[in-house]
Design a protein around this ligand. Structure first.
Ligand code: KIV
Length: 266
């Protein structure tokens, strides 16, 4: 695949062509994911759950993120690599700059952080220094204890207004991509239409500029539990390999068949 960049992702948004994003955490899967033509690999701190077996992303460290980013960079064949700043590694501006630099040196092309207005100054300083930033709003898993569990966010008018306001503020601060997790699809549509930057959804409906899933979820590797917004692409009759499942994921997003209505919150 041709090397991806942010400029190209913006052009996909303008054309209305959905952007495909998938997590990966190691050399072999990064190679498979990029060979399938997925534009963005997210080295998510979800690795705390699917690679390390924790109950949340809270135990993941910066060293873990740098290690997995290096592994992914080694296997990547041209996808854009976004790496998560893990729990409490961006609590103030100075820490954010220092830790983002470690992720970039490990092979990331962009860093992602979870939270609203309080991140505006950090995002602005990262952007001024040439580090591209992806913001993450809605369900922010690093705050699972404060949120009282993995619940759909933005259901009340007040919460929805706050997410819209945060999204606009973080774009103004310099964020060049936004992940929206587990919010009603009408809210995600409104935010996507109001921003210039690509908006990637997970459990945020059909109307965002792109979709992301956790690799292990879409390969059906997480036992019996399957969240409402997940589809197991290994179960399709046309699929007989992991590469087939990854290519089907890509084509179903590009053709706007995934997510279907059953995967959305209303
Ligand atoms: O860590 C992760 O995998 C993520 C996605 C769920 C968006 O942040």
């Amino acid at each position: 695949m041709q090397k991806q960049n942010l400029h190209y992702l913006f052009s996909l948004k303008q054309k209305g062509e959905p952007i495909t994003v998938l997590t990966a955490y190691d050399y072999s899967f990064a190679k498979q994911v990029s060979e399938a033509g997925i534009e963005v690999i997210l080295v998510g701190d979800s690795l705390g759950m699917v690679m390390q077996g924790h109950q949340s992303t809270v135990p993941v460290t910066l060293d873990d993120m740098c290690y997995h980013t290096r592994c992914v960079a080694a296997g990547n064949q041209g996808s854009l690599i976004v790496s998560d700043l893990p729990y409490m590694s961006y609590a103030n501006v100075e820490q954010t700059l220092k830790n983002s630099a470690y992720l970039m040196q490990a092979g990331a092309n962009m860093v992602k952080l979870e939270g609203g207005a309080w991140l505006a100054e950090s995002i602005s300083q990262l952007t001024e220094r040439g580090i591209p930033v992806c913001a993450h709003l809605g369900l922010t898993p690093q705050s699972v204890d404060a949120l009282g569990g993995y619940k759909v966010q933005g259901r009340s008018q007040q919460q929805a207004d706050e997410i819209v306001k945060d999204a606009q503020l973080l774009e103004q601060a310099g964020a060049q991509m936004l992940v929206l997790e587990c919010i009603p699809q009408e809210l995600a549509k409104k935010i996507t239409q109001s921003l210039k930057v690509p908006v990637i959804g997970i459990g945020a409906g059909k109307e965002t500029d792109g979709q992301v899933l956790v690799l292990q979820d879409m390969l059906g590797l997480n036992g019996d539990f399957q969240a409402k917004f997940v589809r197991n692409f290994m179960q399709d009759h046309s699929v007989s390999s992991i590469q087939d499942a990854l290519k089907l994921y890509r084509s179903e997003i590009k053709n706007k068949n995934f997510p279907a209505q059953e995967h959305c919150f209303n």
